[in-house]
Ligand binder design. Structure first.
Ligand SMILES: [Zn+2]
Length: 107
């Protein structure tokens, strides 16, 4: 939707700009906000996404968290079998911990 149409929609519902309208209705569900603003709820969703309103912070995936762990050598999990096996770290401390762990298991 072109910007001038968005602002027209916002003015009809008593807001100065579409950004104001989106922020003012941020606490409503998409359906409720759509009813207030006179647009469809997918439109509300796309407007909110554009402004970053009411959008949960993106959750990081397990591989991303593991990569972040490996990149941070101060992370306390280095030097653990968990760091080696589950998080995929091959630093000297994790490798040593994994070797020890295997040795103990073979006992
Ligand atoms: Zn490590």
């Amino acid at each position: 939707m072109p910007r001038y149409d968005r602002d027209e929609v916002a003015r009809r519902s008593g807001h100065a700009t579409w950004e104001d309208a989106v922020r003012a209705t941020a606490d409503l569900t998409q359906q409720e906000a759509g009813a207030v603003l006179g647009v469809s709820h997918p439109t509300v969703r796309s407007w909110r996404a554009e402004l970053g309103v009411g959008v949960a912070a993106p959750r990081t995936s397990a591989p991303e968290r593991a990569a972040a762990f490996r990149a941070d050598e101060r992370d306390a999990r280095h030097g653990s079998a968990n760091g080696y096996r589950n998080l995929g770290c091959r630093c000297a401390r994790c490798t040593a911990a994994w070797t020890d762990y295997q040795r103990q298991r073979r006992g």
